[in-house]
Design a protein around this ligand. Structure first.
Ligand code: FES
Ligand code: FES
Length: 166
């Protein structure tokens, strides 16, 4: 990117107001800036991971109005006025989200890079479908890649959190 285009982008920045993890938030950014960049760079919420930056790996998954979406390909203009939840907002005041506890109990993780995205996809699934079938879990995680291959433990943890052991 040339310095001219950086200046141009800066000149076109707008104040975008949205809610993150229950708190109102305003950022001055170019409206096409991906939500992921704002979360990590502006708001320092580093739990949402940068993977492919192309909407393909699911590492950057967050909730927007309760729906699991990839944030690397979501422009800030589309987030204005909406509610975003990141992995930092998943746990309640009472402690870990039941999914997080189930992942700990099942040892569902290796390097951990994919886990915040997987947890956010799984949390959206359980909010809609408290006891999902294997097919429903597989469909919900379709866009979440885990290069360490911990899928079996991830599925066990999700079924445990949903009150369903295999
Ligand atoms: S970083 Fe967003 S889908 Fe890969
Ligand atoms: S635990 Fe390493 S990528 Fe999933």
């Amino acid at each position: 990117m040339t310095s001219e285009s950086r200046l141009d982008r800066a000149a076109r920045s707008e104040s975008i107001v949205f809610t993150v993890n229950g708190r109102p938030c305003a950022v001055d950014v170019h409206p096409d800036t991906p939500l992921l960049y704002v979360l990590r760079n502006d708001l320092k919420l580093k739990g949402t991971r940068f993977g492919c930056a192309s909407g393909l790996c699911g590492a950057c998954t967050v909730h927007v109005d309760g729906r699991a979406v990839t944030s690397c390909d979501l422009p800030m203009w589309s987030v204005a006025g909406h509610t975003v939840t990141t992995i930092e907002g998943l746990a309640g005041e009472g402690g870990l989200h039941p999914l997080q506890q189930a992942f700990v109990d099942e040892g569902a993780g290796q390097c951990g890079y994919c886990l915040s995205g997987i947890l956010m996809s799984a949390a959206a699934l359980l909010a809609d479908t408290p006891s999902p079938s294997l097919d429903e879990i597989t469909a919900a995680l379709e866009r979440n890649v885990c290069r360490c291959g911990v899928h079996a433990r991830v599925i066990r943890a999700i079924r445990a959190a949903g009150g369903k052991h295999p």
